[in-house]
Design a protein around this ligand. Structure first.
Ligand code: AGP
Length: 608
Protein backbone atom coordinates (compact mmCIF):
# COMPACT_ATOMS: atom_id res chain seq x y z
CA UNK A 1 0.00 0.00 0.00
CA UNK A 2 1.08 3.57 -0.61
CA UNK A 3 2.80 5.52 2.16
CA UNK A 4 2.31 9.20 2.93
CA UNK A 5 4.31 11.61 5.04
CA UNK A 6 4.07 15.40 5.37
CA UNK A 7 6.10 17.86 7.44
CA UNK A 8 5.64 21.44 8.59
CA UNK A 9 8.33 22.67 10.95
CA UNK A 10 11.64 24.41 11.40
CA UNK A 11 13.91 21.79 9.88
CA UNK A 12 14.65 21.28 6.21
CA UNK A 13 11.71 19.09 5.15
CA UNK A 14 13.52 16.84 2.66
CA UNK A 15 15.70 14.82 5.10
CA UNK A 16 12.73 14.33 7.48
CA UNK A 17 10.47 13.22 4.64
CA UNK A 18 13.03 10.85 3.11
CA UNK A 19 13.67 9.22 6.50
CA UNK A 20 9.95 8.90 7.01
CA UNK A 21 9.54 7.28 3.60
CA UNK A 22 12.20 4.74 4.55
CA UNK A 23 10.09 3.77 7.55
CA UNK A 24 7.13 3.27 5.25
CA UNK A 25 9.00 1.06 2.76
CA UNK A 26 7.65 -2.07 4.46
CA UNK A 27 4.19 -1.19 3.13
CA UNK A 28 5.36 -2.23 -0.33
CA UNK A 29 5.96 0.24 -3.17
CA UNK A 30 7.44 0.67 -6.63
CA UNK A 31 8.23 4.40 -6.75
CA UNK A 32 8.55 7.42 -4.48
CA UNK A 33 8.67 11.18 -4.50
CA UNK A 34 8.81 14.42 -2.53
CA UNK A 35 7.41 17.92 -2.98
CA UNK A 36 8.59 20.91 -0.93
CA UNK A 37 7.50 24.55 -1.00
CA UNK A 38 10.50 26.69 -1.83
CA UNK A 39 9.39 30.32 -1.62
CA UNK A 40 6.83 30.92 -4.38
CA UNK A 41 7.06 27.49 -6.01
CA UNK A 42 6.71 23.81 -5.30
CA UNK A 43 9.80 21.76 -6.11
CA UNK A 44 8.99 18.14 -6.93
CA UNK A 45 11.48 15.27 -7.22
CA UNK A 46 10.13 11.79 -7.86
CA UNK A 47 11.33 8.54 -9.32
CA UNK A 48 10.55 4.93 -10.08
CA UNK A 49 12.36 2.36 -7.97
CA UNK A 50 13.46 2.21 -4.37
CA UNK A 51 14.04 5.06 -1.94
CA UNK A 52 17.75 4.97 -2.65
CA UNK A 53 16.95 6.28 -6.14
CA UNK A 54 15.15 9.22 -4.53
CA UNK A 55 18.10 9.83 -2.23
CA UNK A 56 20.32 9.96 -5.31
CA UNK A 57 18.04 12.45 -7.09
CA UNK A 58 17.78 14.70 -4.01
CA UNK A 59 21.53 14.62 -3.24
CA UNK A 60 20.72 12.66 -0.07
CA UNK A 61 18.03 15.08 0.99
CA UNK A 62 20.01 18.24 0.28
CA UNK A 63 17.17 19.25 -2.00
CA UNK A 64 14.46 20.34 -2.46
CA UNK A 65 14.95 23.36 -0.21
CA UNK A 66 12.20 24.34 2.22
CA UNK A 67 10.60 23.45 5.55
CA UNK A 68 7.12 22.39 4.42
CA UNK A 69 6.61 19.36 2.22
CA UNK A 70 5.01 16.01 1.47
CA UNK A 71 6.38 12.62 0.43
CA UNK A 72 4.96 9.38 -0.93
CA UNK A 73 5.79 5.77 -1.66
CA UNK A 74 3.55 4.44 -4.42
CA UNK A 75 2.09 0.94 -4.73
CA UNK A 76 0.72 1.15 -8.28
CA UNK A 77 -2.98 0.53 -8.78
CA UNK A 78 -3.77 2.72 -11.82
CA UNK A 79 -0.93 3.49 -14.22
CA UNK A 80 2.34 1.61 -14.52
CA UNK A 81 5.20 2.35 -12.14
CA UNK A 82 7.04 5.26 -13.80
CA UNK A 83 8.57 8.60 -12.86
CA UNK A 84 5.59 10.55 -14.20
CA UNK A 85 3.06 8.34 -12.44
CA UNK A 86 4.90 8.62 -9.14
CA UNK A 87 3.51 10.95 -6.50
CA UNK A 88 3.40 13.82 -5.63
CA UNK A 89 1.15 14.98 -8.44
CA UNK A 90 1.04 18.72 -9.19
CA UNK A 91 -1.73 20.75 -10.76
CA UNK A 92 -1.04 22.06 -14.23
CA UNK A 93 -0.67 25.60 -12.87
CA UNK A 94 1.90 24.41 -10.29
CA UNK A 95 -0.17 25.76 -7.39
CA UNK A 96 -1.14 22.45 -5.71
CA UNK A 97 0.80 19.28 -5.05
CA UNK A 98 -0.81 16.16 -3.57
CA UNK A 99 0.02 12.65 -2.39
CA UNK A 100 -2.72 10.02 -2.23
CA UNK A 101 -3.26 6.55 -0.82
CA UNK A 102 -6.39 4.76 -2.02
CA UNK A 103 -8.41 4.49 -5.23
CA UNK A 104 -10.50 7.20 -6.91
CA UNK A 105 -13.16 5.06 -8.55
CA UNK A 106 -14.65 7.86 -10.65
CA UNK A 107 -11.32 9.22 -11.87
CA UNK A 108 -12.08 8.53 -15.54
CA UNK A 109 -15.15 10.76 -15.65
CA UNK A 110 -13.40 13.45 -13.62
CA UNK A 111 -10.40 13.29 -15.95
CA UNK A 112 -12.66 13.58 -18.99
CA UNK A 113 -14.44 16.59 -17.49
CA UNK A 114 -11.18 18.35 -16.63
CA UNK A 115 -9.58 17.54 -19.99
CA UNK A 116 -12.65 18.98 -21.71
CA UNK A 117 -11.96 22.18 -19.80
CA UNK A 118 -8.42 22.32 -21.18
CA UNK A 119 -6.53 20.83 -18.28
CA UNK A 120 -3.63 18.68 -19.42
CA UNK A 121 -2.73 15.61 -17.41
CA UNK A 122 0.89 14.59 -17.05
CA UNK A 123 0.35 10.91 -16.25
CA UNK A 124 -2.32 8.21 -16.24
CA UNK A 125 -3.01 7.67 -12.58
CA UNK A 126 -6.30 8.06 -10.77
CA UNK A 127 -4.63 10.25 -8.10
CA UNK A 128 -3.67 13.07 -10.43
CA UNK A 129 -7.32 14.09 -10.77
CA UNK A 130 -7.15 15.38 -7.19
CA UNK A 131 -4.44 17.95 -8.01
CA UNK A 132 -6.08 19.00 -11.26
CA UNK A 133 -9.51 19.26 -9.65
CA UNK A 134 -8.00 21.54 -6.98
CA UNK A 135 -6.87 23.88 -9.74
CA UNK A 136 -10.19 23.68 -11.56
CA UNK A 137 -12.32 24.41 -8.46
CA UNK A 138 -9.96 26.79 -6.67
CA UNK A 139 -11.82 29.86 -5.41
CA UNK A 140 -9.16 31.41 -3.17
CA UNK A 141 -10.02 29.26 -0.13
CA UNK A 142 -7.59 26.32 -0.12
CA UNK A 143 -9.30 24.26 2.59
CA UNK A 144 -12.75 25.05 1.24
CA UNK A 145 -11.65 23.96 -2.23
CA UNK A 146 -10.21 20.73 -0.80
CA UNK A 147 -13.63 20.07 0.70
CA UNK A 148 -15.29 20.71 -2.68
CA UNK A 149 -12.83 18.33 -4.32
CA UNK A 150 -13.49 15.53 -1.83
CA UNK A 151 -17.23 15.95 -2.42
CA UNK A 152 -16.56 15.04 -6.08
CA UNK A 153 -14.42 12.00 -5.29
CA UNK A 154 -15.88 8.49 -5.16
CA UNK A 155 -13.60 5.89 -3.64
CA UNK A 156 -11.07 5.76 -0.83
CA UNK A 157 -8.40 8.28 -0.04
CA UNK A 158 -5.83 9.56 2.37
CA UNK A 159 -4.56 12.82 0.90
CA UNK A 160 -1.66 15.12 1.83
CA UNK A 161 -1.43 18.46 0.06
CA UNK A 162 0.65 21.64 -0.10
CA UNK A 163 -0.18 24.88 -1.92
CA UNK A 164 1.90 27.87 -2.98
CA UNK A 165 -0.85 30.22 -1.73
CA UNK A 166 -0.29 29.02 1.86
CA UNK A 167 3.43 28.12 1.90
CA UNK A 168 3.56 27.25 5.61
CA UNK A 169 0.68 24.75 5.59
CA UNK A 170 0.25 21.01 5.01
CA UNK A 171 -3.34 19.87 4.46
CA UNK A 172 -4.71 16.38 5.07
CA UNK A 173 -8.02 14.57 4.60
CA UNK A 174 -8.96 10.87 4.69
CA UNK A 175 -11.77 8.49 3.86
CA UNK A 176 -11.36 4.72 4.34
CA UNK A 177 -7.58 5.02 4.37
CA UNK A 178 -5.41 5.66 7.41
CA UNK A 179 -3.80 9.00 8.19
CA UNK A 180 -2.28 9.95 11.52
CA UNK A 181 -1.20 13.40 12.68
CA UNK A 182 2.07 13.62 14.64
CA UNK A 183 2.26 16.50 17.12
CA UNK A 184 5.86 17.59 17.60
CA UNK A 185 7.61 20.52 19.27
CA UNK A 186 7.39 23.39 16.75
CA UNK A 187 6.86 20.79 14.03
CA UNK A 188 3.94 18.64 12.96
CA UNK A 189 3.53 15.61 10.72
CA UNK A 190 1.01 13.69 8.68
CA UNK A 191 1.74 10.00 8.07
CA UNK A 192 0.14 6.78 6.91
CA UNK A 193 1.66 5.06 9.91
CA UNK A 194 3.10 6.33 13.18
CA UNK A 195 6.45 4.65 12.40
CA UNK A 196 7.16 7.48 9.91
CA UNK A 197 7.10 10.16 12.62
CA UNK A 198 7.88 8.18 15.78
CA UNK A 199 11.48 9.41 15.72
CA UNK A 200 10.22 12.96 16.35
CA UNK A 201 7.14 12.52 18.51
CA UNK A 202 5.13 10.02 20.55
CA UNK A 203 1.98 12.15 20.49
CA UNK A 204 -0.52 11.47 17.75
CA UNK A 205 -4.07 12.09 16.62
CA UNK A 206 -5.89 9.73 14.29
CA UNK A 207 -7.69 11.72 11.62
CA UNK A 208 -11.31 10.58 11.64
CA UNK A 209 -13.41 9.51 8.69
CA UNK A 210 -13.87 12.47 6.25
CA UNK A 211 -12.06 14.82 8.64
CA UNK A 212 -9.58 17.50 7.54
CA UNK A 213 -6.41 18.73 9.19
CA UNK A 214 -4.43 21.90 8.59
CA UNK A 215 -0.86 21.82 9.90
CA UNK A 216 1.73 24.54 10.37
CA UNK A 217 4.95 24.33 12.37
CA UNK A 218 3.20 25.62 15.48
CA UNK A 219 -0.43 24.57 15.21
CA UNK A 220 -2.78 21.86 13.97
CA UNK A 221 -6.47 22.50 13.43
CA UNK A 222 -9.08 19.85 12.63
CA UNK A 223 -12.35 20.14 10.74
CA UNK A 224 -15.28 17.85 10.17
CA UNK A 225 -16.74 16.97 6.79
CA UNK A 226 -18.62 20.29 6.77
CA UNK A 227 -15.54 22.37 7.53
CA UNK A 228 -16.56 22.97 11.16
CA UNK A 229 -13.59 23.05 13.54
CA UNK A 230 -13.47 20.01 15.82
CA UNK A 231 -11.40 19.22 18.89
CA UNK A 232 -9.35 16.02 18.78
CA UNK A 233 -7.77 14.16 21.68
CA UNK A 234 -4.14 13.18 21.21
CA UNK A 235 -2.92 9.76 22.33
CA UNK A 236 0.58 8.77 23.33
CA UNK A 237 2.33 5.86 21.65
CA UNK A 238 4.76 4.07 23.95
CA UNK A 239 6.50 2.21 21.13
CA UNK A 240 10.14 3.09 20.84
CA UNK A 241 11.53 3.88 17.40
CA UNK A 242 14.07 1.07 17.90
CA UNK A 243 11.13 -1.32 17.79
CA UNK A 244 10.57 -0.07 14.27
CA UNK A 245 14.20 -0.78 13.37
CA UNK A 246 16.00 -4.04 12.66
CA UNK A 247 18.26 -3.79 15.74
CA UNK A 248 20.94 -6.01 14.27
CA UNK A 249 18.70 -8.62 12.70
CA UNK A 250 19.14 -9.23 8.95
CA UNK A 251 15.39 -8.83 8.42
CA UNK A 252 12.45 -7.34 10.31
CA UNK A 253 10.71 -10.71 9.93
CA UNK A 254 13.41 -12.54 11.90
CA UNK A 255 13.41 -9.83 14.56
CA UNK A 256 9.65 -10.09 14.89
CA UNK A 257 9.80 -13.90 15.07
CA UNK A 258 12.17 -13.51 18.02
CA UNK A 259 9.95 -10.86 19.61
CA UNK A 260 7.12 -13.34 20.01
CA UNK A 261 7.84 -14.37 23.61
CA UNK A 262 7.63 -10.69 24.65
CA UNK A 263 4.65 -10.00 22.39
CA UNK A 264 2.76 -13.01 23.78
CA UNK A 265 3.65 -12.06 27.34
CA UNK A 266 2.39 -8.52 26.87
CA UNK A 267 -0.78 -9.74 25.18
CA UNK A 268 -1.64 -12.44 27.71
CA UNK A 269 -0.07 -11.65 31.10
CA UNK A 270 -1.87 -8.34 31.84
CA UNK A 271 -5.21 -10.04 31.20
CA UNK A 272 -4.85 -12.87 33.68
CA UNK A 273 -5.29 -11.96 37.32
CA UNK A 274 -5.21 -14.98 39.58
CA UNK A 275 -7.29 -17.33 37.53
CA UNK A 276 -9.59 -14.64 36.20
CA UNK A 277 -9.40 -13.39 32.63
CA UNK A 278 -10.02 -9.67 32.19
CA UNK A 279 -10.49 -8.45 28.66
CA UNK A 280 -9.94 -4.68 29.03
CA UNK A 281 -13.04 -2.84 27.88
CA UNK A 282 -14.81 -5.89 26.46
CA UNK A 283 -18.09 -6.18 28.31
CA UNK A 284 -18.55 -9.95 28.49
CA UNK A 285 -20.68 -11.13 31.38
CA UNK A 286 -23.25 -13.80 32.21
CA UNK A 287 -25.97 -11.76 30.58
CA UNK A 288 -24.55 -10.92 27.22
CA UNK A 289 -22.41 -14.03 26.84
CA UNK A 290 -25.65 -15.98 26.88
CA UNK A 291 -27.48 -13.71 24.46
CA UNK A 292 -25.21 -14.77 21.60
CA UNK A 293 -26.38 -17.80 19.64
CA UNK A 294 -23.36 -17.78 17.35
CA UNK A 295 -19.96 -16.21 16.89
CA UNK A 296 -18.66 -14.98 13.53
CA UNK A 297 -14.92 -14.53 13.22
CA UNK A 298 -13.79 -12.44 10.24
CA UNK A 299 -10.42 -11.51 8.80
CA UNK A 300 -8.10 -11.71 5.80
CA UNK A 301 -4.98 -13.77 5.21
CA UNK A 302 -3.21 -14.69 8.40
CA UNK A 303 -5.88 -12.95 10.48
CA UNK A 304 -8.39 -15.32 8.91
CA UNK A 305 -6.11 -18.25 9.70
CA UNK A 306 -5.95 -17.12 13.33
CA UNK A 307 -9.73 -17.12 13.24
CA UNK A 308 -9.82 -20.72 12.01
CA UNK A 309 -7.67 -21.73 14.98
CA UNK A 310 -9.91 -19.71 17.29
CA UNK A 311 -13.01 -21.32 15.82
CA UNK A 312 -11.77 -24.82 16.71
CA UNK A 313 -10.96 -23.71 20.26
CA UNK A 314 -14.20 -21.83 20.84
CA UNK A 315 -16.48 -24.51 19.43
CA UNK A 316 -14.79 -27.07 21.65
CA UNK A 317 -15.00 -25.04 24.84
CA UNK A 318 -17.82 -22.52 24.40
CA UNK A 319 -20.14 -25.07 22.78
CA UNK A 320 -21.50 -22.40 20.47
CA UNK A 321 -21.59 -22.30 16.67
CA UNK A 322 -18.58 -20.41 15.35
CA UNK A 323 -18.23 -19.36 11.72
CA UNK A 324 -14.90 -18.12 10.42
CA UNK A 325 -15.10 -16.19 7.19
CA UNK A 326 -12.88 -14.30 4.81
CA UNK A 327 -13.82 -10.64 5.03
CA UNK A 328 -13.86 -10.26 1.24
CA UNK A 329 -16.41 -13.08 1.03
CA UNK A 330 -18.45 -12.04 4.08
CA UNK A 331 -19.27 -8.57 2.75
CA UNK A 332 -20.94 -9.98 -0.36
CA UNK A 333 -22.54 -13.04 1.24
CA UNK A 334 -25.72 -11.42 2.60
CA UNK A 335 -24.70 -12.76 6.03
CA UNK A 336 -27.19 -14.18 8.52
CA UNK A 337 -26.16 -11.85 11.30
CA UNK A 338 -28.16 -10.00 13.96
CA UNK A 339 -28.00 -8.86 17.57
CA UNK A 340 -27.61 -12.46 18.71
CA UNK A 341 -24.33 -12.75 16.82
CA UNK A 342 -21.02 -11.85 18.39
CA UNK A 343 -18.71 -10.78 15.56
CA UNK A 344 -14.96 -10.92 16.20
CA UNK A 345 -12.99 -8.89 13.67
CA UNK A 346 -9.27 -9.66 13.43
CA UNK A 347 -6.71 -7.31 11.89
CA UNK A 348 -3.08 -6.59 12.77
CA UNK A 349 -3.05 -3.21 11.01
CA UNK A 350 -6.63 -2.32 11.80
CA UNK A 351 -6.84 -0.76 8.33
CA UNK A 352 -7.51 -3.65 5.95
CA UNK A 353 -10.25 -2.42 3.64
CA UNK A 354 -12.07 -5.76 3.28
CA UNK A 355 -12.05 -6.28 7.03
CA UNK A 356 -13.19 -2.71 7.75
CA UNK A 357 -16.06 -3.19 5.29
CA UNK A 358 -17.00 -6.44 7.04
CA UNK A 359 -16.99 -4.70 10.42
CA UNK A 360 -19.28 -1.97 9.15
CA UNK A 361 -21.68 -4.52 7.66
CA UNK A 362 -21.80 -6.61 10.84
CA UNK A 363 -22.56 -3.50 12.89
CA UNK A 364 -25.25 -2.42 10.43
CA UNK A 365 -26.86 -5.85 10.83
CA UNK A 366 -27.02 -5.36 14.59
CA UNK A 367 -24.15 -7.58 15.67
CA UNK A 368 -22.01 -6.70 18.68
CA UNK A 369 -18.47 -6.37 17.32
CA UNK A 370 -15.16 -7.06 19.06
CA UNK A 371 -11.94 -6.21 17.24
CA UNK A 372 -8.61 -7.93 17.87
CA UNK A 373 -6.13 -5.33 16.57
CA UNK A 374 -2.47 -4.48 16.99
CA UNK A 375 -2.30 -0.85 15.87
CA UNK A 376 -3.76 1.56 18.40
CA UNK A 377 -6.55 3.85 17.27
CA UNK A 378 -6.63 2.29 13.81
CA UNK A 379 -9.92 2.49 11.90
CA UNK A 380 -11.11 -0.99 12.91
CA UNK A 381 -10.10 -0.40 16.53
CA UNK A 382 -12.06 2.83 16.59
CA UNK A 383 -15.18 1.61 14.83
CA UNK A 384 -15.70 -1.72 16.61
CA UNK A 385 -17.94 -1.78 19.69
CA UNK A 386 -15.09 -3.29 21.72
CA UNK A 387 -11.39 -3.76 21.04
CA UNK A 388 -8.81 -6.13 22.47
CA UNK A 389 -5.34 -4.93 21.51
CA UNK A 390 -2.58 -7.43 20.81
CA UNK A 391 0.43 -5.75 22.34
CA UNK A 392 2.83 -7.10 19.71
CA UNK A 393 4.47 -3.76 19.01
CA UNK A 394 5.04 -2.44 15.47
CA UNK A 395 5.13 -5.20 12.89
CA UNK A 396 7.15 -4.04 9.89
CA UNK A 397 7.71 -7.20 7.85
CA UNK A 398 4.94 -7.77 5.33
CA UNK A 399 4.64 -11.40 6.46
CA UNK A 400 3.02 -11.36 9.86
CA UNK A 401 4.47 -13.51 12.63
CA UNK A 402 3.96 -11.98 16.09
CA UNK A 403 0.77 -10.42 14.78
CA UNK A 404 -0.65 -13.88 14.07
CA UNK A 405 0.45 -15.66 17.25
CA UNK A 406 -0.81 -12.86 19.48
CA UNK A 407 -4.15 -12.91 17.61
CA UNK A 408 -4.44 -16.64 18.38
CA UNK A 409 -3.58 -16.02 22.03
CA UNK A 410 -6.21 -13.28 22.22
CA UNK A 411 -8.81 -15.66 20.78
CA UNK A 412 -7.89 -18.26 23.40
CA UNK A 413 -8.49 -15.67 26.13
CA UNK A 414 -11.85 -14.61 24.72
CA UNK A 415 -12.92 -18.22 24.19
CA UNK A 416 -11.89 -19.33 27.65
CA UNK A 417 -13.62 -16.33 29.24
CA UNK A 418 -16.89 -17.11 27.42
CA UNK A 419 -16.60 -20.81 28.30
CA UNK A 420 -16.18 -19.99 31.96
CA UNK A 421 -19.15 -17.61 31.95
CA UNK A 422 -21.32 -20.18 30.17
CA UNK A 423 -20.03 -23.00 32.43
CA UNK A 424 -19.20 -25.05 29.36
CA UNK A 425 -15.73 -25.86 30.66
CA UNK A 426 -14.92 -27.55 33.95
CA UNK A 427 -12.97 -25.56 36.51
CA UNK A 428 -10.15 -28.08 36.28
CA UNK A 429 -9.93 -27.86 32.50
CA UNK A 430 -10.24 -24.08 32.64
CA UNK A 431 -7.29 -23.86 35.01
CA UNK A 432 -5.24 -26.26 32.87
CA UNK A 433 -5.84 -24.25 29.71
CA UNK A 434 -5.20 -20.93 31.46
CA UNK A 435 -1.90 -22.25 32.74
CA UNK A 436 -0.98 -23.52 29.26
CA UNK A 437 -1.77 -20.15 27.69
CA UNK A 438 0.40 -18.42 30.27
CA UNK A 439 3.26 -20.77 29.46
CA UNK A 440 3.18 -20.08 25.71
CA UNK A 441 5.84 -17.31 25.76
CA UNK A 442 8.35 -19.59 27.50
CA UNK A 443 7.61 -22.48 25.15
CA UNK A 444 8.08 -20.24 22.15
CA UNK A 445 11.38 -19.13 23.66
CA UNK A 446 12.42 -22.78 23.95
CA UNK A 447 11.84 -23.22 20.22
CA UNK A 448 13.77 -20.04 19.45
CA UNK A 449 16.68 -21.09 21.63
CA UNK A 450 17.63 -23.73 19.09
CA UNK A 451 16.34 -23.37 15.54
CA UNK A 452 19.24 -25.23 13.91
CA UNK A 453 17.23 -28.32 12.97
CA UNK A 454 14.43 -26.25 11.44
CA UNK A 455 17.00 -24.23 9.50
CA UNK A 456 18.71 -27.40 8.24
CA UNK A 457 15.44 -28.83 6.90
CA UNK A 458 14.54 -25.48 5.34
CA UNK A 459 17.82 -25.27 3.49
CA UNK A 460 17.55 -28.92 2.47
CA UNK A 461 14.10 -28.47 0.96
CA UNK A 462 14.49 -24.88 -0.32
CA UNK A 463 14.59 -25.74 -4.03
CA UNK A 464 11.47 -27.86 -4.15
CA UNK A 465 8.67 -26.55 -6.33
CA UNK A 466 5.67 -27.87 -4.46
CA UNK A 467 5.07 -28.16 -0.72
CA UNK A 468 2.01 -29.44 1.12
CA UNK A 469 1.09 -28.75 4.72
CA UNK A 470 -1.31 -31.33 6.15
CA UNK A 471 -2.99 -31.82 9.47
CA UNK A 472 -6.22 -32.77 11.15
CA UNK A 473 -8.40 -30.69 13.48
CA UNK A 474 -6.47 -27.84 15.03
CA UNK A 475 -3.37 -28.98 13.13
CA UNK A 476 -5.20 -28.43 9.85
CA UNK A 477 -6.14 -24.95 11.06
CA UNK A 478 -2.48 -24.30 11.90
CA UNK A 479 -1.28 -25.68 8.55
CA UNK A 480 -3.15 -22.91 6.69
CA UNK A 481 -0.84 -20.29 8.16
CA UNK A 482 2.23 -22.44 7.56
CA UNK A 483 1.45 -22.66 3.87
CA UNK A 484 0.83 -18.92 3.53
CA UNK A 485 4.07 -18.02 5.29
CA UNK A 486 6.08 -20.18 2.89
CA UNK A 487 4.23 -18.94 -0.20
CA UNK A 488 4.39 -15.26 0.52
CA UNK A 489 8.12 -14.97 1.24
CA UNK A 490 9.71 -17.79 -0.79
CA UNK A 491 7.35 -17.77 -3.80
CA UNK A 492 7.17 -21.60 -3.64
CA UNK A 493 3.70 -22.98 -4.37
CA UNK A 494 2.48 -24.33 -1.05
CA UNK A 495 -0.90 -25.68 -0.10
CA UNK A 496 -2.51 -26.54 3.22
CA UNK A 497 -4.73 -29.58 3.11
CA UNK A 498 -6.89 -31.44 5.57
CA UNK A 499 -4.89 -34.65 5.87
CA UNK A 500 -7.98 -36.82 5.61
CA UNK A 501 -8.99 -35.07 2.41
CA UNK A 502 -5.76 -35.64 0.49
CA UNK A 503 -6.91 -39.04 -0.78
CA UNK A 504 -10.01 -37.50 -2.35
CA UNK A 505 -8.11 -36.09 -5.31
CA UNK A 506 -5.14 -33.95 -4.45
CA UNK A 507 -2.90 -36.92 -3.68
CA UNK A 508 -2.57 -37.24 -7.43
CA UNK A 509 -0.11 -34.34 -7.18
CA UNK A 510 2.18 -36.20 -4.80
CA UNK A 511 5.24 -37.52 -6.54
CA UNK A 512 8.96 -37.93 -5.97
CA UNK A 513 10.28 -34.59 -4.79
CA UNK A 514 7.01 -33.33 -3.32
CA UNK A 515 7.59 -32.14 0.20
CA UNK A 516 4.83 -32.58 2.77
CA UNK A 517 4.98 -31.05 6.24
CA UNK A 518 2.68 -33.11 8.42
CA UNK A 519 1.53 -31.48 11.65
CA UNK A 520 0.92 -34.24 14.19
CA UNK A 521 0.30 -32.61 17.56
CA UNK A 522 -3.16 -34.01 18.25
CA UNK A 523 -2.58 -37.24 20.16
CA UNK A 524 -6.03 -38.61 19.43
CA UNK A 525 -5.51 -38.19 15.71
CA UNK A 526 -2.00 -39.63 15.53
CA UNK A 527 -3.04 -43.05 14.13
CA UNK A 528 -5.02 -41.40 11.35
CA UNK A 529 -2.14 -39.06 10.58
CA UNK A 530 0.20 -42.02 10.35
CA UNK A 531 -1.98 -43.49 7.60
CA UNK A 532 -1.92 -40.18 5.74
CA UNK A 533 1.86 -39.96 6.06
CA UNK A 534 2.19 -43.50 4.70
CA UNK A 535 -0.06 -42.63 1.77
CA UNK A 536 2.20 -39.73 0.84
CA UNK A 537 5.35 -41.78 1.20
CA UNK A 538 3.94 -44.63 -0.89
CA UNK A 539 3.89 -42.15 -3.75
CA UNK A 540 7.54 -41.27 -3.11
CA UNK A 541 6.63 -38.02 -1.42
CA UNK A 542 8.95 -36.73 1.30
CA UNK A 543 7.37 -36.14 4.72
CA UNK A 544 8.66 -33.83 7.45
CA UNK A 545 6.66 -34.22 10.67
CA UNK A 546 6.09 -31.54 13.28
CA UNK A 547 5.10 -33.39 16.45
CA UNK A 548 5.03 -33.18 20.25
CA UNK A 549 6.91 -35.42 22.69
CA UNK A 550 3.65 -37.38 22.96
CA UNK A 551 3.33 -37.96 19.19
CA UNK A 552 6.94 -37.95 18.05
CA UNK A 553 6.91 -41.73 17.37
CA UNK A 554 5.22 -40.79 14.12
CA UNK A 555 8.58 -39.43 13.09
CA UNK A 556 10.11 -42.90 12.91
CA UNK A 557 8.06 -43.42 9.76
CA UNK A 558 8.79 -39.98 8.32
CA UNK A 559 11.74 -38.52 6.44
CA UNK A 560 12.25 -35.83 9.04
CA UNK A 561 11.01 -34.82 12.49
CA UNK A 562 10.72 -31.57 14.41
CA UNK A 563 9.45 -31.74 17.97
CA UNK A 564 7.79 -28.80 19.71
CA UNK A 565 7.82 -28.42 23.52
CA UNK A 566 5.36 -30.59 25.39
CA UNK A 567 2.07 -29.04 26.33
CA UNK A 568 -1.65 -29.11 25.74
CA UNK A 569 -2.90 -30.35 22.38
CA UNK A 570 -5.46 -27.53 22.25
CA UNK A 571 -2.93 -24.69 22.21
CA UNK A 572 -0.22 -26.14 19.95
CA UNK A 573 -0.96 -23.85 16.95
CA UNK A 574 1.04 -21.02 18.52
CA UNK A 575 4.05 -23.32 18.80
CA UNK A 576 3.74 -24.96 15.39
CA UNK A 577 3.30 -21.48 13.88
CA UNK A 578 6.73 -20.43 15.18
CA UNK A 579 8.35 -23.57 13.74
CA UNK A 580 6.73 -22.97 10.35
CA UNK A 581 7.64 -19.25 10.40
CA UNK A 582 11.30 -20.17 10.91
CA UNK A 583 11.06 -22.86 8.23
CA UNK A 584 9.62 -20.35 5.75
CA UNK A 585 12.17 -17.71 6.71
CA UNK A 586 15.20 -19.92 6.03
CA UNK A 587 13.74 -21.32 2.82
CA UNK A 588 13.27 -17.75 1.59
CA UNK A 589 16.73 -16.75 2.81
CA UNK A 590 18.26 -19.69 0.96
CA UNK A 591 16.39 -18.61 -2.18
CA UNK A 592 17.61 -15.03 -1.84
CA UNK A 593 14.09 -13.60 -1.67
CA UNK A 594 13.21 -10.10 -0.48
CA UNK A 595 11.95 -11.41 2.84
CA UNK A 596 10.62 -8.21 4.42
CA UNK A 597 9.07 -6.83 1.25
CA UNK A 598 7.94 -9.80 -0.89
CA UNK A 599 7.03 -9.01 -4.48
CA UNK A 600 3.46 -7.82 -5.17
CA UNK A 601 2.57 -7.69 -1.46
CA UNK A 602 1.75 -4.84 0.90
CA UNK A 603 1.71 -4.80 4.67
CA UNK A 604 -1.72 -3.33 4.94
CA UNK A 605 -4.15 -3.85 2.05
CA UNK A 606 -6.25 -0.71 2.24
CA UNK A 607 -8.04 -1.30 -1.06
CA UNK A 608 -10.85 -3.80 -1.55
C1 AGP B 1 0.15 -12.24 6.34
O1 AGP B 1 1.52 -12.64 6.42
C2 AGP B 1 -0.09 -11.28 5.23
N1 AGP B 1 0.77 -10.16 5.36
C3 AGP B 1 -1.55 -10.94 5.06
O2 AGP B 1 -2.23 -12.15 4.80
C4 AGP B 1 -2.26 -10.25 6.24
O3 AGP B 1 -2.42 -11.17 7.31
C5 AGP B 1 -3.65 -9.81 5.77
O4 AGP B 1 -3.48 -8.89 4.72
C6 AGP B 1 -4.49 -9.17 6.87
O5 AGP B 1 -3.83 -8.02 7.34
P1 AGP B 1 -4.35 -7.36 8.72
O6 AGP B 1 -4.17 -8.39 9.79
O7 AGP B 1 -3.50 -6.14 8.91
O8 AGP B 1 -5.81 -7.03 8.52
Amino acid sequence: MCGIIGYAGGKQAAPVILKGLERLEYRGYDSSGIAVIDGERIDVIKTCGKIKALYAKTDCGAKPNGTVGIGHTRWATHGVPSDVNSHPHTSQDGRFSIVHNGIIENFAELKAELTAHGIKFAGDTDSEVIAQLMQYLYDGDVLGTLRLVTERLIGSYAIGMICTETPDVVYAVRKDNPLVIGLGKNENFIASDIAAALEYTHDFVQLGESEFAKLTAHAVTFYDVNGTPVEKTPYRVDWDISQAEKSGYPHFMLKEIYEQPRALTETVRPRIRGNEITLDRIALDAKNANTFDKIDIIGCGSAYHAGIVGKAFMEKYCRIRVNCMLASEYIYSDPITDNRTLTIIISQSGETADTLAALRLAKKLGSHTVAIVNVMESAIAREADDVLYTHAGPEIAVATTKGYTTQVAALYLIGLKIAKIKHTVSDARYNELLSEIEKLPNKVQTILDDISQIKDYAEKYAEHKCVFFIGRGTDYAASLEGALKLKEISYIHAEAYAAGELKHGTISLIEKGTITLALVTQSALQPKMLSNIKAVQSREGTVLCVATPKTKDVGSDADGLLVIPDGDDDVTPVLTAVVLQIFAYYVAAKRGCDIDKPRNLAKSVTVE
